[in-house]
Design a protein around this ligand. Structure first.
Ligand code: T1G
Length: 701
C-alpha cells in the first residue's frame, strides 16, 4: 500500500498520508507528498490542495528511528516537502485531526492554511528528544503564534489543543463536523478569494522580542539542569527574531544537527522507545482479553494507601478505602482532601474535578464492603505477618475473581500469594513509589502463578492511572530497591572511609541526580533502615560496615529531616542540609571501630562507587530474569529514583562509559572491597567481552 495517496475531490487535490500507526515521515512519505502536490499543480482543473492524514492523526513528525539509521540516499525529506508547499501556485491547506507534532506541525505551518478538529492537538515535542525542531518550526511558530507562545511551546515541548491553537493563530479554522468536508470547503473558498495566500515565512508582525529570552533561561534553570536542548531551543527562537527568515532557518539547522548527535539526544530517544517497549510482555498478546476493573478497594489509609486510592479516583474508578478505626480513616481522608486541594490551589485541577474524584473515594471500616470490588490493593504495615493477615481476611470476603495485590516494597509476594492458594492466579504485587499519587513508576511484581490475563489487566490499570507500569520479578527489592542497596550502601561505606557526606552528595547532584544519596536517606528517614537492621538482629542493630554512622545517629534520635538532624543538620523550617561536625566525628569513630585507614576521595571514585553497583546489580537482575529488558531498568531509575532522564538511565549510561570500563572497575572494587554488590555479573562480563551495550542485549531474542 502506498504511503501517500492522491485523489481529486471536485476542484481540490487531496494528498493523504497513510503510514500507520502515527503517520511518521518515514522514507517515502515526503516523496509521496511532493508528488501529490506536483500532480495537483499540473492539473488546471485543480484550484487548491488539501493535505490530510489517514488513521488516528495528521503526522507525528519525523520517523525517530531514522536518527540512528541512514536516510536513504536521494530520498526526499522535510525540506523538499516544505519547498513544494511554498512553491505551489495553488493554496495548500493542512487538515489536522489527532495530532500534528514535531515535523508534522512544521509541514502544516509551511502550508498556506491550517484547519483542525476541536479534539486535535499540535506541538513541537522535539526538546523531549534532545534537540530543537529542525524543519523550520522555531522560525514559523513564533511568526504565527507570537514569540512568547512559540517559545513556551518549543522549550516545554508540550502540545496545545485546537481551540488554543486557533486563539494563538497557529491554525485558521476549527472544523466542527467532518474534517475533510470542512477542509475541502475551506480550500475552495480560499481558491475563489484569489489570494494572495500568505506564508508563515512572510509574517514578521508578531516577532516582538520583549526581552523574554533571558527570562526563559532563568525560568528553566532548575528543570533543565545539565541539559543542552532546552537552551538550544531558546537560541533558535532568538534567531527567528534577530535574523532574516532564511538565515534563521540555517541557524536552526546548525543547532539541530549539533544536538541530534549529542549523548543527551541519544539518551532521550532511548527513553522514548523504552517507554513504548515497557508495556510489551513476551508471550502475552497485545490484545489479550482483560478482566474488567470497574471498582476497587484499598487497605490502609496511610500516606501510601491514600495516594493509591487517589490513583484509582484519578482513573475514574470508584474505590473503597478501609482502615481499622474511624480515627485513622478520618486522618487518611483528610490527607487525600489536602493533597487534592493543593493541586487545585496550583491551578492544575479544577474544584469540580476534585469534588468528582473525592466523590469516587468511599471510606469504609468493614471488610465486607470489599466483597464485590474487582481489585484490592493492600498498603498496610510492611511486615509479612500483617500482610498475610489482611490477605486471609480478603480471602474470606472478596469475590473469587477479585484481583488482590500487595504494595510491598520488598517482601516476597509469592509467599503472600501462598496464603490464599485458591486465588494465586489473581495475586501479584503493585509497588507504588511515594508519593503514590505523584510518582509515575509502578513496579508490577509478577508472581509465579499470576495469570497472563491478570498481569495484563494490572498493567492496563496502571496505564489508566497514568503510571508507567514496569514488570518486575519476585526478588528482594524487586528491581529498583535491590539496585538501590548497592548505591546507598557504597555511599555509607565511603562515609566510614573518610568521604564527607557533602562531597558524596555533591558528586551525585552534579551528575544529575535530584539529590545525593545521603540527603535522600535523611529525607526518607534513617529509622527505616535502622528498624530493619534491628529486626534482623533480634532487636539489636549490629554495627556492620556501612551501618555504623546511621545506627549511631538513630540511637541519638537523629532520623534525618523529620527530627532536624541526620547525616546533616536542618535548621527549623529549612530543608537545606548543613554539614554536621558530629557526623564527621562519628565517621572517624566508625573507621576506628572497623580499623580503617581514612583517606581523601576523588570525585571520580565516588561516582564509580555509587553508580557502578547500579549497573552490576542491574545486570544480575537481568541475568536472573527479574527484569524483562535493560531499558525497563533504565525507566525504573528515571521514574522512581530521579536518575537524570538526559542520561537515559543507568544501563544506557553505562554504555556511554563503555561496559568494558565498567566491568574492569567492578572487578577492581570487588578485589579491594568484597561485598556482594561488587561480585562481577556474568552478563556484564559477556557484554563487555563482546564489546556490546545493554541495548544489544535487549535486541537479543
Ligand atoms: N517515529 C517513529 N515511531 C513512532 C513515532 C515517531 N515519530 N511516534 C510514535 N511512534 C511509534 C511508537 O514507537 C509506537 O511503536 C507506535 O508508533 C505508537 O506510538 C523535523 C526531527 C503521536 C502522540 O516526538 O508523541 O519531527 O511500540 O504508543 O500513545 O523537527 O506516538 O507500536 O512499535 O506513542 O497513540 C517529533 C512522538 C519527532 C511525536 C501517539 N514527534 N510520538 O501516541 O501511540 S522529531 C514526536 C508521540 C521531529 C522535526 C523533528 C506519540 C503520539 P510500537 P504510541 P500513542
Amino acid at each position: 500500500m502506498s504511503l501517500v495517496n492522491y485523489e481529486k475531490r471536485g476542484a481540490v487535490g487531496v494528498v493523504t498520508v497513510t503510514n500507520p500507526p502515527v503517520n511518521a515521515m518515514s522514507p517515502g512519505v515526503p516523496k509521496g507528498i511532493v508528488n501529490g502536490v506536483a500532480e495537483a499543480n499540473a492539473d488546471d482543473d485543480v484550484k487548491a490542495i488539501v493535505l490530510i492524514g489517514a488513521g488516528r492523526g495528521f503526522i507525528a513528525g519525523a520517523d525517530i528511528r531514522y536518527f540512528s539509521l541512514p536516510w536513504p540516499e536521494g530520498e526526499e525529506n522535510f525540506s523538499d516537502v516544505i519547498k513544494s508547499f511554498e512553491g505551489s501556485a495553488k493554496p495548500v491547506v493542512a487538515a489536522i485531526h489527532g495530532h500534528a507534532l514535531g515535523g508534522g506541525l512544521e509541514v502544516a505551518m509551511a502550508c498556506h492554511y491550517r484547519v483542525i478538529v476541536p479534539t486535535a492537538q499540535v506541538g513541537q515535542p522535539e526538546v523531549k528528544l534532545g534537540f530543537p525542531p529542525g524543519a523550520g518550526g522555531t522560525q514559523r511558530l513564533p511568526r504565527l503564534a507570537g514569540v512568547k507562545a512559540g517559545l513556551d511551546m518549543i522549550v516545554s515541548g508540550n502540545p496545545v489543543r485546537a481551540p488554543r491553537a486557533a486563539e494563538l493563530g497557529i491554525v485558521d479554522k476549527v472544523i466542527d463536523g467532518d474534517l475533510l468536508e470542512g477542509a475541502l470547503a475551506f480550500a475552495e473558498e480560499k481558491a475563489a478569494s484569489g489570494g494572495p495566500h500568505r506564508l508563515a515565512r512572510d509574517l514578521d508582525a508578531k516577532l516582538d522580542d520583549a526581552g523574554i529570552f533571558d527570562a526563559k533561561r532563568q525560568e528553566i534553570k532548575r528543570r533543565a539542569r545539565g541539559m543542552r536542548a532546552p537552551y538550544a531551543c531558546i537560541e533558535c527562537v532568538e534567531a527567528a527574531v534577530e535574523l532574516p527568515f532564511d538565515e534563521g532557518i540555517k541557524r536552526e539547522r546548525e543547532i539541530f544537527e549539533d544536538c541530534v548527535k549529542s549523548d543527551e539526544s541519544k539518551a532521550l530517544r532511548h527513553v522514548f522507545f523504552a517507554e513504548r517497549a515497557a508495556g510489551k510482555i513476551p508471550g502475552i498478546a497485545k490484545d489479550i482479553a482483560l478482566r474488567p476493573v470497574k471498582t476497587a478497594g484499598v487497605l490502609g489509609a496511610g500516606t501510601m494507601g491514600g495516594g493509591i486510592a487517589m490513583n484509582f479516583a484519578n482513573a475514574g474508578i470508584p474505590v473503597r478505602i478501609l482502615e481499622q478505626n474511624q480515627e485513622a480513616l478520618d486522618k487518611g481522608m483528610a490527607r487525600i482532601e489536602k493533597n487534592y486541594a493543593n493541586t487545585v490551589s496550583k491551578g492544575r485541577l479544577s474544584q469540580d474535578d476534585m469534588d468528582k474524584r473525592m466523590g469516587l473515594i468511599e471510606p469504609v471500616l468493614d471488610y465486607a464492603a470489599l466483597g464485590d470490588v474487582d481489585m484490592v490493593i493492600e498498603a498496610v504495615f510492611e511486615t509479612m505477618d500483617v500482610k498475610k493477615n489482611v490477605f486471609a481476611k480478603l480471602d474470606a470476603v472478596c469475590k473469587p475473581d477479585a484481583i488482590l495485590t500487595s504494595n510491598t516494597s520488598y517482601l516476597n509476594v509469592d509467599e503472600i500469594a501462598a496464603t490464599v492458594p485458591g486465588r494465586s492466579g489473581n495475586v501479584l504485587g503493585t509497588h507504588f513509589f511515594s508519593p503514590a499519587n505523584v510518582m509515575r513508576l509502578l513496579e508490577v511484581v509478577r508472581t509465579e502463578n499470576v495469570s497472563d490475563q491478570v498481569l495484563a489487566t494490572v498493567m492496563d490499570v496502571g496505564k489508566r492511572m497514568r503510571k508507567l507500569p514496569i514488570v518486575a520479578g519476585v526478588c528482594h527489592g524487586f528491581i529498583g530497591n535491590r539496585m538501590l542497596e548497592g548505591y546507598f550502601g557504597e555511599a555509607a561505606l565511603m562515609v566510614e572511609e573518610g568521604a564527607p557526606p557533602q562531597q558524596i552528595d555533591k558528586v551525585m547532584y552534579d551528575f544529575g541526580m535530584a539529590m545525593g544519596p545521603l540527603a535522600v536517606s535523611d529525607l526518607a528517614g534513617l529509622d527505616i533502615g535502622w528498624s530493619k537492621r534491628k529486626d534482623a538482629g533480634g532487636g539489636e542493630a549490629v554495627h556492620e560496615r556501612g551501618s555504623f554512622v546511621s545506627n549511631k545517629l538513630c540511637e541519638m534520635g537523629r532520623f534525618g529531616q523529620k527530627t532536624g538532624r541526620g547525616y546533616y543538620i536542618y535548621e527549623q523550617g529549612n530543608r537545606t542540609p548543613v554539614p554536621d561536625p558530629e557526623v564527621a566525628q562519628l565517621a572517624k569513630d566508625a573507621a576506628a571501630h572497623f580499623g580503617l585507614e581514612t583517606r581523601d576521595f576523588s570525585d571520580q571514585e565516588i561516582l564509580e562507587r555509587c553508580m557502578y553497583p547500579l549497573v552490576n546489580i542491574g545486570a544480575q537482575i537481568l541475568d536472573e530474569g527479574f527484569a524483562l529488558r535493560a531499558s525497563d531498568i533504565d525507566l525504573v531509575y528515571i521514574n522512581g529514583y530521579a536518575f537524570p532522564v538526559w542520561r537515559g538511565g543507568p544501563m544506557h549510561w553505562a554504555g556511554t562509559v563503555g561496559l568494558k570500563t565498567v566491568y574492569d572497575a567492578v572487578c577492581r572494587y570487588h578485589d579491594e572491597l568484597g561485598f556482594a554488590h561488587w561480585k562481577p555479573s556474568p552478563l556484564l562480563k559477556r557484554l563487555a567481552d563482546e564489546g556490546k551495550a545493554f541495548e544489544d542485549y535487549d535486541q537479543e531474542d
